[in-house]
Ligand binder design. Structure first.
Ligand SMILES: [Fe+2]
Ligand SMILES: [Fe+2]
Length: 135
């Protein structure tokens, strides 16, 4: 079982975004496993970078759909993406400077950072997209 368990309660009702979220969950779990098994900073840094790159790609996908279908809460949602991106970029910078390590505390931060956004903000577009025939 992973650090974050993928369950249907995380499903936002749009297959593409579920797949992307699942991949993000997998990467957070991969980082957690690396921490638990005492992998090197190089290994953890590589996972962190991959997680951040994919996050940027995922946010872009959601925003493209917002524009394409005229999602009414697009502005607020994009602002949240921007601040979430800033948070992980700042973590990455501190990590590579050696100011922070990947610790259990860092993992709790990443877990909340990802889950909270999916459950609170992404979930809000479920009914909208499904109403447009997008699943
Ligand atoms: Fe989002
Ligand atoms: Fe998302």
């Amino acid at each position: 079982m992973g650090y974050i368990e993928w369950t249907d309660s995380l499903s936002v009702g749009v297959e593409l975004f579920d797949k992307q979220h699942h991949k993000l969950v997998d990467m957070v779990n991969e980082l957690y496993d690396a921490l638990v098994s005492g992998r090197t900073n190089d290994v953890m840094g590589e996972i962190l970078e991959r997680l951040i790159d994919y996050t940027v790609e995922h946010f872009r996908s959601e925003e493209e759909y917002f524009n394409k279908y005229g999602y009414p809460f697009s502005k607020r949602h994009k602002q949240e993406h921007d601040s979430l991106t800033e948070e992980v970029f700042s973590l990455k910078e501190k990590f590579f400077k050696g100011d922070v390590t990947i610790s259990y505390e860092t993992m709790t931060f990443l877990q909340e950072w990802l889950q909270k956004h999916i459950l609170e903000s992404d979930m809000d577009y479920k009914a909208f997209f499904n109403g447009k025939g997008v699943y």
